[in-house]
Ligand binder design. Structure first.
Ligand code: TYC
Length: 121
């Protein structure tokens, strides 16, 4: 077999589909459809009770929700007044972890502090 016959008989990958182009030979690139969506978000809500010390709640909010002392105190007082309040908003797994951390800290300290996560939208 001569070289050209051999070359033509070699299997090659299928040709790419023709690209769209206009009459002038300009390649038109189409933007790919957006396939990703931002994650559904969950708010971590803390509930008031009559027994958990205010100071404990403030420290928990600082520790697990990254608030400074002033912001944590405001959130704690809102919860104390309104019965519940939002400590932060996160993707589902992170919100679930925050709830676990708060409940474990409360359990370890012997306080009845409760905390839940709620979907937004
Ligand atoms: N109500 C509590 C008290 O008077 C304080 C408190 C605030 C408890 C917020 C829970 O999520 C809470 N000691």
């Amino acid at each position: 077999m001569d070289f050209m016959s051999l070359f033509l008989s070699v299997k090659r990958p299928p040709a790419a589909p023709p690209r769209e182009s206009d009459e002038g030979g300009t390649v038109v690139l189409e933007r790919k459809l957006q396939k990703t969506r931002p994650p559904k978000m969950y708010q971590v809500v803390m509930l008031n009770d009559d027994y958990t010390p205010m100071e404990f709640v403030v420290v928990v909010i600082q520790e697990f929700f990254g608030k400074d002392r002033a912001a944590a105190t405001r959130i704690m007082l809102d919860i104390h007044q309104d019965g519940k309040g939002v400590c932060g908003v996160y993707p589902r797994d992170i919100a679930a972890t925050k709830v676990e951390q708060v409940l474990e800290a409360a359990r370890a300290a012997g306080h009845p502090l409760q905390c839940v996560s709620e979907p937004l939208q």
